[in-house]
Design a protein around this ligand. Structure first.
Ligand SMILES: *Cc1c(COP(=O)(O)O)cnc(C)c1O
Length: 394
C-alpha cells in the first residue's frame, strides 16, 4: 500500500482537489463491495442501487435550489463544461457566437479554442477581459451580446484568485436577449449559497473532488425546458441525457458531500474565512513587497492569492514543500520557460509579481495551528530566495 504521509502534510491546496470527507467515504463503501448491481437492471438487486442514485440526485438538487430532474451526472467538471457549451451550439446551429472571459479554467478556455474542429462550423469567441482586481465590467459584457450569440459561459468563482463574478445578474441580461447562460461553478458550490430557482442560469457545472467527494464524478445542472443535446450518446441512462453506466459509489458520495457542504457552509464563511484572513494579513504584514491578487471582498472565503515580488513561485513551492506545506503557484512550467498564469496576465499583474504568486486555498479541515506554522515559515523562505535573486535590492 502506498503511504502518502498525509498526516504530516499541511494541505492548503483545496482549489486543486480536496480530501474525501470520512462521512462521504463511509456511505460509498457498500457500493464498492456488496451492492454492485447496475442501477438500470430490472431485478431488485440493481433497482435498489438505482434508488440511492435518485437519493443522491435529490441531495445535490437541494444544495443548488434545483429540482432533481435538472441534475445530470457526468464524469467530471470538464465533461459538464463541454456538454453545456457543445449542447448550446448544436441546438442552435445558426448561432455561431460565444461570450466567455479571459480567466476561465482550461476546461472552458481550451474547449473554446477547439470549437471549430469539434463542430465543423466557424465560431466567433468574445473573451471579456477583467479589471486589475479580477472583476468584470458589466457594460462591456452587455455590449458583447449579439443577435447570434448562442451561449455565454462565465465561471462563478475563479479557481486561482477566488474572485466572484455576478453570474445571476449576467444570466438575467442574457435571458432578456434569449441567450443561453452557462456557469462553471466548480469552485463556488459548497462555498457560497446558490439558489438556481431564483436565477435565470440555464446550465451549471460542478465537480465532486472540489467539495470533499471523489475525483471522477461531476454534475451538469440543466434548467427544465432548456434545449439539450447529449455529449455522450449511448444507453438511456440519465433519461437519455448522458450515456454510460453510472459511477454509483461516487454519485452516492457526491450526494452526501453536497449534504455536508450545506451543513458546513456557515463554518466555511466564518471559521475558514477567518483563518484565510489571518493567513493573508499575517503574510502581507510580515513579508515586504507582497501583493494580494484579486478583489479583497468579492471573493471565495477560502482562497488567497498573494504575489511575493522578485521570487519564482515554483521555487517558493519547493521550499514550502520541505516543511510539508502544500499550495499552488500562478505560473506553470511549460517547456522550460515560466509562463505566468493566463488569469494573472489578464489582470495585468506586473511581470515581477506574476511570477512569484502563490495560491493558498483552505478547507474546513485546516486549523489555526497550521496557519500559525505557515506564518512562522514563510518570511524566511521568501527572504532566503530574495537574497539569491539578481533583481532584489532589499
Ligand atoms: C477543477 C476545476 C474544473 C475541472 O473539474 P474536473 O472535475 O477536474 O474536470 C473546472 N473548472 C474549475 C473552475 C475548476 O476549478
Amino acid at each position: 500500500m502506498m503511504n502518502c504521509g498525509s498526516d504530516k502534510v499541511i494541505y492548503m491546496d483545496n482549489n486543486a482537489t480536496t480530501r474525501i470527507a470520512p462521512e462521504v467515504l463511509e456511505v460509498m463503501m457498500p457500493f464498492l463491495q456488496d451492492c454492485y448491481g447496475n442501477p438500470s437492471s430490472m431485478h431488485t438487486f440493481g433497482g435498489q442501487v438505482g434508488q440511492v442514485v435518485e437519493q443522491a440526485r435529490a441531495q445535490i438538487a437541494e444544495l443548488l435550489g434545483a429540482d432533481p430532474e435538472e441534475i445530470v451526472f457526468t464524469s467530471c467538471g470538464t465533461e459538464s463544461d463541454s456538454t453545456a457549451i457543445l449542447s448550446a451550439l448544436q441546438s442552435q446551429p445558426e448561432n455561431r457566437h460565444i461570450v466567455t472571459t479571459r480567466v476561465e479554467h482550461p476546461a472552458v478556455k481550451n474547449l473554446c479554442e477547439t470549437l471549430d474542429m469539434l463542430t465543423g462550423h466557424k465560431h466567433r469567441v468574445t473573451r471579456l477581459t477583467v479589471e486589475a482586481d479580477g472583476t468584470l465590467d458589466l457594460a462591456a459584457y452587455q455590449e458583447a451580446l449579439t443577435e447570434d450569440t448562442a451561449i455565454v459561459s462565465v465561471m462563478w468563482a475563479n479557481n486561482e484568485t477566488g474572485v466572484l463574478f455576478p453570474v445571476e445578474e449576467m444570466a438575467a441580461l442574457a435571458k432578456e436577449r434569449g441567450i443561453l447562460f452557462h456557469t462553471d461553478a466548480v469552485q463556488a458550490v459548497g462555498k457560497i449559497p446558490i439558489n438556481l430557482r431564483e436565477s435565470q442560469i440555464d446550465f451549471l457545472s460542478l465537480s465532486g473532488h472540489k467539495l470533499h467527494a471523489p475525483k471522477g464524478v461531476g454534475v451538469l445542472y440543466v434548467r427544465k425546458g432548456t434545449p439539450y443535446v447529449p455529449f455522450l450518446h449511448g444507453g438511456h441512462q440519465e433519461h437519455g441525457r448522458r450515456g454510460g453506466t453510472e459511477n454509483v459509489a461516487s454519485i452516492v458520495g457526491l450526494g452526501r458531500a453536497c449534504q455536508l457542504a450545506g451543513e458546513m457552509m456557515e463554518e466555511e464563511n466564518t471559521r475558514v474565512r477567518a483563518l484565510r484572513d489571518k493567513l493573508e494579513h499575517g503574510l502581507m504584514s510580515s513579508i515586504p513587497k507582497s501583493l494580494l491578487n484579486g478583489h479583497a471582498e468579492d471573493r471565495l472565503p477560502n482562497t488567497s492569492n498573494i504575489s511575493f515580488e522578485y521570487v519564482e513561485g515554483e521555487a517558493i513551492l519547493l521550499h514550502m514543500n520541505q516543511h510539508g506545506i502544500c499550495a499552488s503557484s500562478g505560473s506553470a512550467c511549460t517547456s522550460g520557460s515560466l509562463e505566468p498564469s493566463h488569469v494573472l496576465r489578464a489582470m495585468g499583474v506586473p511581470f515581477t509579481a506574476a511570477h512569484g504568486s502563490i495560491r493558498f486555498s483552505l478547507s474546513i479541515y485546516n486549523t489555526e495551528e497550521e496557519v500559525d506554522f505557515v506564518l512562522e515559515k514563510m518570511p524566511k523562505i521568501i527572504a532566503d530566495l530574495r537574497a539569491m535573486s539578481p533583481f532584489w535590492e532589499g
